[in-house]
Design a protein around this ligand. Structure first.
Ligand code: NAI
Ligand SMILES: N[C@@H](CC=O)C(=O)O
Length: 376
């Protein structure tokens, strides 16, 4: 599968036609970034022709991103026309008479949209995605995406799926392209949990902080996806598969924070869900105690994913302050990669790993790389 790495800037080629799916936290930030590029070469290289969400869609020869954004803010109706809103019509929106690239930007968390990635790729439409459900769930879907991209000679821009656009996948691929085998990777891959554990002091309820992280746009649309470890499971799967270890989803051993609390009290996750709080009282108590114990020895709580010896784990760890993965602030993700050339000391990449702006930037970096390449 071709990824979005080749850059071949050629002035005066037709603008790539772009469809944006999803106008939530990330999609809005994509629109803001596109609006800020109006009248610039970057803006000229990407023509937004379709913007859709679960309510409907807008479509035109060239949509004005600022207008689309305004219509979201003022609540103007979006066409609920099934032809426009229906995913099967998105490819039509991208059709044109010139050989311009066609790009779908997926800023949804929708499995239905991810199901369509292989179909679009097979049609030669490039897909750029923040959604991890394409590469980070079943091996069958992951394989279908690879096969379809090869068949359609299309690219799959996945920078935003892990690390919210940090160059994690790119470095793993570059190392392998240079002849290295990836031996192991380990890191903090959840921006929301990093933010939570960086700010939690055991005084303010963890549940309130989860709500703050949600409002700041760091969590998944459903924060339980972060707390159960499902989001990190998908990310370590995406990294592992890119590193040449084709793990199935259930081969990742995940310690869900929700189950962790349930195990202590004998209440299962479903029992905990019935009281309708995202962070049930047993988890509050458990985190308070784990935080107090860690702080007493100057250590940090970190939710760590590891790929080693062909297996992967995700769990809450207490790391000494001097541990290479312990440092970091805000939503920082931090990934250590061991390979042939980085055998003793790993390559370490760190930076903000959640948030609408960085994610939108990662998506549009991928889209620009595609737009600047020569259509095949
Ligand atoms: N928030 C972050 O820091 C990061 C988020 N992501 C990913 O970005 C994606 C979007 O996240 P948010 O913007 O926070 O979600 P959100 O819930 O704010 O927005 C999702 C959008 O998708 C739309 N949508 C749902 N089904 C659709 C369909 N069938 N067709 C068209 N649109 C549809 C919804 O109407 C909504 O506009 C998720 O997959 C998330 O995992 C990735 C990296 C970082
Ligand atoms: N919910 C995710 C957002 C980015 O993928 C996270 O917390 O990292």
């Amino acid at each position: 599968m071709q990824h979005d790495q080749g850059v071949n800037p050629t002035p005066s080629k037709p603008s790539a036609r772009v469809a944006l799916l999803g106008t939530g936290n990330v999609g809005k930030a994509v629109l803001d970034r596109l609006a800020a590029w109006t009248g610039t070469p970057r803006g000229a290289s990407l023509a937004l022709v379709h913007a859709g969400n679960s309510r409907g869609a807008l479509r035109a020869g060239r949509l004005c991103p600022a207008d689309v954004r305004r219509r979201l803010l003022d609540g103007s109706p979006w066409h609920a026309d099934p032809v426009l809103a229906n995913l099967s019509g998105v490819a039509d929106a991208l059709a044109g008479n010139d050989p311009a690239h066609r790009i779908i930007i997926d800023a949804t968390a929708s499995s239905e949209v991810a199901d369509n990635h292989p179909r679009w790729l097979a049609q030669g439409i490039h897909v750029v995605t923040a959604c991890k459900l394409g590469l980070g769930t079943t091996l069958e879907r992951w394989q279908a995406i690879h096969d379809a991209a090869a068949h359609g000679n299309a690219r799959y821009g996945d920078s935003a799926t892990v690390g919210a656009g940090l160059p994690l996948l790119r470095n793993i691929r570059d190392l392998q392209a240079g002849g290295d085998t990836i031996h192991a990777i380990a890191g903090v891959l959840s921006g929301s949990l990093a933010w939570l554990f960086n700010h939690y002091d055991g005084k303010k309820p963890f549940s309130e902080m989860v709500d703050e992280a949600r409002q700041a746009g760091y969590t998944e649309p459903d924060p339980r996806e972060d707390l159960t470890g499902d989001d990190v499971r998908r990310k370590i799967l995406i990294l592992a598969r890119a590193a040449g270890v084709p793990l199935a989803s259930d081969e990742v051993e995940v310690e869900s924070l929700l189950d962790l609390a349930g195990r202590e009290t004998g209440q299962d996750r479903h029992g905990a869900r019935r009281d309708d709080s995202v962070v049930p009282p047993p988890l509050e108590a458990l985190l308070q105690r784990r935080h107090r114990d860690a702080a007493a020895r100057g250590a940090q709580l970190r939710y760590i994913a590891r790929l080693q010896n062909g297996g992967a784990t995700v769990r809450l760890e207490t790391l000494d302050a001097t541990h290479p993965l312990a440092s970091g602030a805000g939503t920082d993700n931090k990934l250590a990669i061991w390979s042939d050339r980085y055998r003793d000391q790993p390559l370490v990449i760190q930076g903000p790993g959640a948030g609408a702006e960085v994610t939108a930037a990662g998506l549009l970096d991928d889209a620009l790389r595609i737009a600047r390449s020569t259509p095949d």
